[in-house]
Design a protein around this ligand. Structure first.
Ligand code: PLP
Length: 237
């Protein structure tokens, strides 16, 4: 077994233990392998072991790997900040966008989706209200969702944006129990939005190396793990 396979299996075991401890269905949490800065060969190796979901942060890098690995049926997730002028790179090219945080980006993506295409997205919440992090402030969430819904999430060509849930990158992320209260808060914010707007928002993308167990206990449906799977990230591609 390669080191990569060993680490990946260790994370799967950790996920299974946390699911069990939290009384969640085995296998119900999606392990998203965050492959930023990792070579396409490592992604291919994990794919052949059964890993299907991969997350990338940088559009240029992501699109290059998608081209290189086009023969593999990978579910690509966009997990990094997306500038509005990069909307066309995202639109229709990722099974899930994790980082929607502005009305302008939503409109730009909607304009660029191919006919009839449904683009699933999460709203990134700046759960710790940190100035250096992107995302919608917790207090602004209801207004943000209201604005999105009022503006309409279906384009003239029948394409649409579908809100699927919330994502966060909390303060102290990766530090186990210190991150837990932010995960709890994200779940509560989701529950509140569902009640207010009658929406179904099943997905909570939260937890990474170092705190995915706590995230699972607090209701994560997608955990985003990089280092624990791939080892230390190379500085650049
Ligand atoms: C890099 C990154 C991760 C993974 O972090 P690790 O500590 O390497 O597990 C998760 N989510 C986002 C948004 C990231 O940018």
């Amino acid at each position: 077994m390669t080191e990569l396979e060993q680490r990946w299996r260790r994370v799967l075991d950790g996920k299974a233990e946390a699911e069990k401890a939290a009384g969640r269905e085995p296998g119900s949490v999606c392990l998203l392998a965050i492959s930023k800065y990792q070579p396409a060969s490592a992604i291919a190796e994990l794919f052949h072991l059964g890993q299907r979901d991969f997350g990338e942060n940088y559009m240029q890098e992501a699109r290059a790997k998608q081209a290189e690995l086009a023969s593999l049926d990978i579910r690509w997730h966009a997990t990094g900040p997306v500038q509005t002028n990069k909307a066309k790179e995202v639109a229709g090219n990722f099974s899930l966008l994790h980082t929607l945080g502005t009305e302008a980006l939503a409109r730009a993506i909607l304009r660029r989706l191919p006919e009839g295409k449904v683009q699933d997205t999460l709203i990134q919440v700046n759960i710790g209200e940190e100035p250096q992090k992107s995302g919608v402030a917790p207090a602004e969430l209801p207004t943000f969702v209201e604005t999105l819904l009022e503006g309409g999430l279906t384009a003239e060509n029948g394409a649409s944006l579908r809100l699927r849930g919330l994502m966060c990158l909390p303060p102290n992320c990766g530090e186990g129990e210190l991150a837990r209260p932010y995960f709890t808060r994200l779940r509560e914010l989701r529950d509140d939005l569902e009640r207010r707007f009658g929406l179904e928002l099943p997905e909570l993308s939260m937890g990474m190396s170092g705190d995915y167990r706590q995230a699972i206990e607090e209701g994560a449906t997608i955990i985003r793990v990089g280092t624990d799977i791939f080892g230390e990230r190379p500085k650049k591609v």
